[in-house]
Design a protein around this ligand. Sequence first.
Ligand SMILES: [Zn+2]
Length: 68
Amino acid sequence: MGEDASLDEFLNSESSEQSGAADADASTTTYAWSDGAATCGTCGEAVERRWQQAGDLVCVECKDWDRA
Ligand SMILES: [Zn+2]
């Protein structure tokens, strides 16, 4: 059970916030979340969720899903 004990220590040393970020690592490359409103790089709309597109972070309305 030594491995379990060390895993528990490892998990306890990590904040839940960091663990969540690690779990979502695959999606953070194309998806950005901000706690407050952030501005869309295309239309300037204040939104909470934006996606990367052509080097900008854009809102769901401006994201070209067909080209993703
Ligand atoms: Zn937009």
